[in-house]
Design a protein. Structure first.
Length: 306
């Protein structure tokens, strides 16, 4: 019997070693294949962590000759708070010249990446930014996102001076588009200023900041968040106490709770796009934030007239 346990332990050890060895071989094989392809077509590889960083980089690079742009996560992944690196991710990281991240704690795997790939240049889009407490969803503020775009463009220009002029030109073009969007948003700051709101996604703290809303209560919802009857009662109390007439929520996780609250209180719900998923169209951030502005404008008109 004892020999049987020893045999099982030995076999498990062998399997673990073989698995680790095969994974290492796979990473090296894929890296070599990717490198050969890049040698034929590209000379500078940019990797982004997730959706909003990819869209920013796509506008800055704008299909620049000699540059390949990849995203670490799938476009529908959402925020990366609990993201686990895959073998495919490691292949991409090992082949990248720069890795563009949001920073501020969004990418919880960043320490591991820095340790495993010490020569990989990491561009932290939030590096020179004052965040709202521990909330790093800075891309939801148009002015903050513009600052992130500048930081990314400067970082790419420093690491790839061959394409500096292209990055700078495309950066300015994108900033012009974002500024147009910002001017539309700023027209709503006067009717929004000081209004008490409730938010169901921490990204909307940046919306509140830009518009001048006062956040009376907040709750960060996701697929694992279970809301108790007591929490609903507390939210209703806050809504009535502060005369809250507007709730900002993400439809994917907030609709059920919002419908429950609307049965008990006269409050307008605005479902906003947190810009963490979508297609890879370069205009997608502009389109999503533009639609957010439209939704908020309509909500403010309705609350003013009610």
């Amino acid at each position: 019997m004892k020999n049987k346990y020893v045999f099982v332990a030995v076999m498990l050890s062998v399997l673990i070693l073989v698995g680790a060895g095969l994974t290492n071989l796979y990473v090296r094989f894929e890296q070599n294949v990717l490198k050969k392809d890049q040698d034929k077509q590209y000379n500078f590889c940019i990797l982004t962590s997730f959706y909003p960083m990819y869209i920013a980089a796509k506008n800055i690079t704008a299909d620049c000759d000699g540059v390949i742009l990849q995203n670490l996560s799938e476009p529908q992944t959402g925020c990366l708070h609990d993201y686990q690196l895959t073998t495919e991710d490691m292949v991409k990281l090992s082949s990248a010249d720069v890795f563009i991240v949001n920073g501020g704690g969004i990418e919880n795997f960043l320490t591991d990446v820095a340790a495993q790939y010490p020569d990989l240049k990491i561009i932290n889009a939030c590096e020179r930014m004052e965040l709202l407490d521990d909330n790093a969803h800075a891309w939801m503020s148009i002015p903050d996102y513009m600052a992130q775009v500048r930081t990314i463009a400067e970082g790419l220009s420093a690491e790839d001076p061959v394409h500096r002029a292209v990055y700078e030109e495309h950066c300015l073009d994108y900033l012009d588009k974002l500024d147009t969007l910002l001017q539309q948003q700023q027209k709503l700051s006067k009717p929004a200023a000081g209004q008490n709101i409730v938010i169901f996604h921490e990204a909307f703290d940046y919306i509140a900041k830009d518009y001048g809303f006062t956040v009376s209560a907040s709750m960060d919802l996701d697929e694992e968040r279970q809301i108790s009857a007591g929490e609903v009662a507390s939210l209703l109390d806050q809504i009535r106490r502060f005369d809250v007439r507007l709730i900002l929520a993400e439809e994917q996780y907030g609709r059920e709770l919002c419908e429950t609250i609307q049965k008990e209180a006269e409050v307008r719900v605005v479902y906003l796009d947190p810009c963490v998923r979508g297609d890879y169209n370069a205009e997608s951030y502009l389109n999503a934030m533009g639609e957010n502005i439209i939704q908020l404008k309509q909500a403010l008109l309705e609350t003013d007239n009610s």
